[in-house]
Design a protein around this ligand. Structure first.
Ligand code: FPP
Length: 272
């Protein structure tokens, strides 16, 4: 009798585990049906959680950034395949210089690693690399690598993959204000004629034209703030926050974010 009840108990436990694994797998492999006519044209991403991803595996923080770099490629390809026209990835902020020297040096080497491994595929996909941020303040070697990537892809007509490197939105806005002030003092136009279009033309995203305002902003790792990213451009974007750390962010997670976006009603302050 005792033997019977133990084996029965084991049987039900193992069946329970089997069921849990089945539902987990079912959840993981669920196909997401997206409305192909409502894909966000420009997605901005705050790639957060690399350090915590590494820490949770007893790895140094830089291991998280290295893995995060592979995620950039995976997500850029997934976005391209879904028909996204532009992606802006927050790779290094004007505040990130405060990090330990070893981490900053590693982050500065990542673009070189990224382009030397992935450039052939980016080219094959006709992707165009662009930059925003104060790139003139980057270490010489980093600047050369990223500028070469921009140059090498300048004639491509596919998705624009824009890296925000040494980027800070307040500094970008101040730069625009200063440029406009100079234009006004030179008589190029008067203060009264400054409008949103004039202002946006002085922002670093101006090369994106109609696409300069992201439709969707994704931030990984559970933090819910903008961290000085595209403050002007994200005024009417939809925001999507997920607890997933950036290195773990998958194609399915991107689809889930887009699905959420498709369920939102964008009213731009008006009524529908
Ligand atoms: C934030 O996570 C992440 C960064 C500051 C760096 C992001 C860079 C990459 C993902 C690679 C970029 C790749 C290229 C090609 C330039 P965190 O370190 O703040 O994470 P934590 O909040 O968990 O510490």
């Amino acid at each position: 009798m005792f033997y019977f009840s133990v084996t029965m108990k084991e049987y039900f436990i193992s069946k329970g585990i089997e069921m849990m694994l089945f539902w987990k797998k079912k959840k993981e492999t669920k196909t997401i049906e997206l409305d192909k006519t409502n894909i966000p044209q420009h997605i901005a991403v705050i790639m957060d959680g690399n350090g915590r991803w590494a820490k949770s595996r007893n790895l140094p923080r830089i291991a998280g950034h290295k893995e995060g770099m592979s995620t950039v490629k995976r997500i850029a390809i997934a976005a391209d395949e879904l028909g996204v026209k532009a992606m802006t990835m927050y790779a290094f902020s004007t505040e990130n210089w405060k990090r330990p020297t070893e981490e900053v040096s590693f982050l500065m080497k990542l673009p070189g690693d990224f382009f030397s491994s992935f450039m052939p595929e980016l080219q094959e996909r006709n992707m165009r690399i662009r930059l925003i941020g104060f790139t003139d303040q980057l270490p010489e070697a980093t600047r050369r690598v990223v500028e070469k990537a921009v140059e090498d892809t300048k004639d491509n007509t596919g998705m624009t993959l824009c890296f925000a490197l040494n980027y800070g939105s307040r500094a970008e806005i101040l730069q625009a204000v200063k440029e406009i002030a100079v234009d006004v003092s030179n008589g190029k136009y008067d203060a009264e004629s400054i409008n949103e279009e004039v202002f946006a033309n002085h922002l670093q995203t101006n090369f994106l034209g109609d696409l300069s305002e992201p439709d969707l902003m994704i931030r990984t790792s559970g933090e819910q703030r903008l961290s000085n990213f595209l403050l002007w451009q994200l005024a009417y974007s939809e925001y999507y926050f997920t607890d997933i750390f950036w290195p773990d962010f998958s194609k399915e997670d991107l689809e889930e974010a887009i699905l959420t976006y498709q369920k939102r009603q964008r009213r731009y302050g008006g009524l529908i």
